[in-house]
Design a protein. Structure first.
Length: 116
C-alpha cells in the first residue's frame, strides 16, 4: 500500500456509563486520503470511521466487499433496520468523520491450546 498522511486526534472516551474516562490518541487516514487507497482495499478488510466528537473514538464500522472496481461496505444501518451493502463512496459522502482506520485480518498461522 502507498504511504498516506495520517491524522492524530486526542480523545477522552467517557460515554459508557460505569467506565472511567480514558484519554487516548487515535491515528487515522483523513477522509480525502482514502481515495488514494481505495484500489488497494480487499474483500474482508475492516473499516472503522473516526468520530469528530471529542469523547468518542469510532462511530461506525463495516466490512469491505470488492466486486472488480466497485468497492462496497457491508454494515448495520439503523435507518434501514438491518445489515446493508452500500457503495463506500456513498457512505463517505453522506457521513461526517475525522477519518478512517482500515485493518486487514491475517490468517491464523498457529493455534495454541489453552487449559482451564
Amino acid at each position: 500500500m502507498p504511504a498516506v498522511a495520517t491524522l492524530s486526534k486526542e480523545r477522552v472516551l467517557n460515554v459508557v456509563p460505569g467506565l472511567d474516562p480514558l484519554r487516548t490518541r487515535v491515528k487515522c487516514i483523513p477522509k480525502a486520503g482514502l481515495q488514494r487507497l481505495e484500489r488497494f482495499l480487499q474483500s474482508g478488510d475492516l473499516i472503522f470511521f473516526a468520530s469528530t466528537r471529542k469523547n468518542l473514538d469510532m462511530f461506525h464500522a463495516g466490512i469491505i466487499v470488492r466486486d472488480g472496481k466497485k468497492v462496497s461496505m457491508r454494515h448495520a444501518s439503523r435507518s434501514q433496520g438491518g445489515v446493508v451493502e452500500q457503495e463506500l463512496s456513498e457512505f463517505l459522502k453522506t457521513n461526517r468523520m475525522a477519518g478512517v482506520v482500515v485493518v486487514r485480518p491475517q490468517p491464523v498461522t498457529r493455534c495454541v491450546a489453552l487449559s482451564t
